[in-house]
Design a binder for this molecule. Sequence first.
Ligand SMILES: [Zn+2]
Length: 389
Amino acid sequence: MDANFIWLLLPVAALSGWLAARRSYKKQHRIGGGERPQQGYFKGLNYILNEQPDKAIEVFVEMVQVDSETVETHLALGNLFRKRGEVDRAIRIHQNLIARPTLNVDQRANALAELGQDYMSAGLLDRAENIFSELMENSQYKALALRSLKDIYQSEQEWDNAIKVLRRTTELSRNERNRIIAQYYCELAVQARENNDMSLVKRHLKQAIGVDPQCARASFLQGEQEWESGNVKNALRCYDRFISQSPQLSDEVIERVYDCHQQLGSTNKFLGDLGHLSDSEVGPLTRRLGLRLHTSANDEEGYRDAVYASLEKHPTLSLTESWLELLSDSKKDDPQGDLHKLLAVITRLAEQNEGYRCQHCGYVAKSLHWLCPSCKHWDSTRPINTLDG
Ligand SMILES: [Zn+2]
C-alpha cells in the first residue's frame, strides 16, 4: 500500500477510536466514574494531523482507557506504523497494549501476534521467536506462528528446528513441504561436511531423499560425497540421477561425470547418455561436450558442422559464440577482420547471459544459490544461458 495513503488512514483510525471511547465513556458516565477518554483521542488525533506521531503515541500510550472497543484502534495504529516502516513506533504501541491487565485472552493474543511481526520487521528474531513459540498453541494464530518460526529458523540456519515447525504447518501441500524439508536436510548435510562428519552427511542425505526422492541437490551432494570417498561407480549413479532430475543444471557436474566414465572405462556409455539429453534442456558445456565427443578428435570441420547443425535446431548465444570461434579459426581470408568483430560482439552478449536467475522473482546472481537470497524460494535459480540461450 502506498505510504501516503496509509498516513491518511491514521486520523480515520484515531477517529474511530475516539468514537468508540466516547460510547464507552457515556456508558461509564451513566454508572458514575471514569475519565474523559475522548479528550485523549482528540489530542492524539491532533498530533497525528499535525504529523507529530511521537507526541500522538505519547497520548495513546498514556491513555487510561483501553478496553474492548478502543483496543482495535491501538492495534490499527500500531499496524499502520509498521506498514509505514516505522517499526519502533509500532513496537511501542503494541508493547503498551500487552502491558494492559484489562485485555482479554483474544486481545492479548492479537496484540502479541502484531508485536511478533514488529520484531520480525525490526530483525529482532530472538524476541519474535519467543512470541511465536507461545502463539504456536493458539489455533487462531498457529499458521502465522509456524510460518514466522520457519522464516526465523531458516534465516538463523537452525535447520533441525526449521524441520520441526515445517512438519507442523498445514499451509503448504505435503509435496511442497517435503521439497523444502529435503533442502533443510541438505543444509544439515553441508554443515556436517564442514565438520568432517561423513557418517552424518550420509544420514542427512538419506533423510533428504527419504522425504523427497526427486531432490536434485541431495543427488548432487551424494555424488560429491561418493566421489570424495573414492566410490566412482556410486558417484556416477548419483550424478546421473542429478542430471535426470535437473537437466538445466547439467553443466555443474558434466565434467565430473566424464571423469567417472573415463575411470570406469565406459566413455561409450557416456556418449550414449549425452545423445539422450535434449539440447533445449541442458547447459552449453554439456551440449558442446556431447558434440565434441561425437566427432573424431582431429576432425575440426566435422565438429564445426555438428555445432552448426545443433545451432540450427536450437539456437543459443553461447553456441553461436562457439561456432563463430571455430569459423574464425578456420578462415584465413578475413582481411577486414569482420568475423572477429562479430565474434567480439557475440562474446559480449554471451557474457551478459552468464550467471543464474531465480525463476520465481528474477534475482540474478553470479553463482548457484539453492535458496534464492531475494525471495527465499528453494531450488528456483537456473543458469541464464540455459533459460534464454
Ligand atoms: Zn527469487
